[in-house]
Design a protein around this ligand. Structure first.
Ligand SMILES: [Zn+2]
Length: 223
């Protein structure tokens, strides 16, 4: 008989889920400094492991777990007409990777919250440098003009941008700017995880209060 195991640590579990220990590490809801942004979980080591294994080792069966982590409401002033828009990948990056995890998250979240999802309206133009190699300031500059609105699509009134991990927020800010230019009236952002602990600055890790760091984790793929 197949005995379900926690995909992160291998502990036996009752159904497909993280064990209580691993989900315990994950469950803290981060604070938001920006009223337009919300994240559901801290980007803890177990969260990194989970996302990393889906991303790099292509453990797509674990995507089910991400689904169980999706919130049933967001602490943002969304209404029923809010459109969820995933942070896009450039065409080349999408081709290399074969999937966009933010698009998957937006699609699943849209089902759960009963909101429309628009995946071909916000586009990423060409290639930008990997965000992980850049300082906070350079991250912003790197993304100037990186996104564009597909003129064939009407601009919704209210949008919530969806991404997997929030680090400095530069990516979501660049997307928001593009949406405002496209005459979207109000823009929110939601990420599944939030890296609150340290900012990888390219040259040095700026540590803050918590113990976890994201320096060892390649962070370019979620930017
Ligand atoms: Zn576990």
């Amino acid at each position: 008989m197949f005995e379900p195991q926690c995909p992160l640590c291998g502990n036996p579990v009752m159904s497909i889920s993280l064990c209580s220990q691993c989900s315990g590490w994950l469950k803290t809801e981060p604070q938001n400094e920006h009223p337009w942004l919300a994240s559901s979980y801290l980007f803890t080591d177990s969260a990194k492991l989970l996302l990393h294994s889906i991303k790099y080792q292509r453990h797509f069966e674990r995507v089910k777990l991400l689904r169980t982590l999706l919130p049933s409401s967001l602490p943002l002033a969304l209404d029923t007409k809010t459109v969820l828009i995933p942070v896009p990948l450039s065409p080349l990056r999408f081709f290399e990777r074969g999937f966009n995890q933010s698009e998957w998250l937006a699609t699943e979240l849209g089902k759960k919250l009963n909101l429309k999802v628009e995946t071909r309206a916000l586009l990423k133009k060409g290639e930008t440098k990997a965000q992980s190699t850049l300082s906070r300031e350079d991250r912003k500059n790197n993304l100037v003009g990186a996104f564009e609105w597909n003129a064939k699509r009407p601009a919704p009134e209210r949008v919530c941008i969806v991404d997997d991990v929030l680090t400095t927020g530069s990516t979501l800010e660049a997307c928001r700017e593009c949406l405002y230019k496209a005459r979207v009236k109000e823009v929110f952002g939601w990420t599944l995880f939030k890296a609150t602990t340290s900012v990888f600055d390219g040259r040095k890790n700026i540590q803050s209060s918590s113990s976890a760091t994201i320096g060892e984790f390649p962070i370019d793929w979620y930017s």
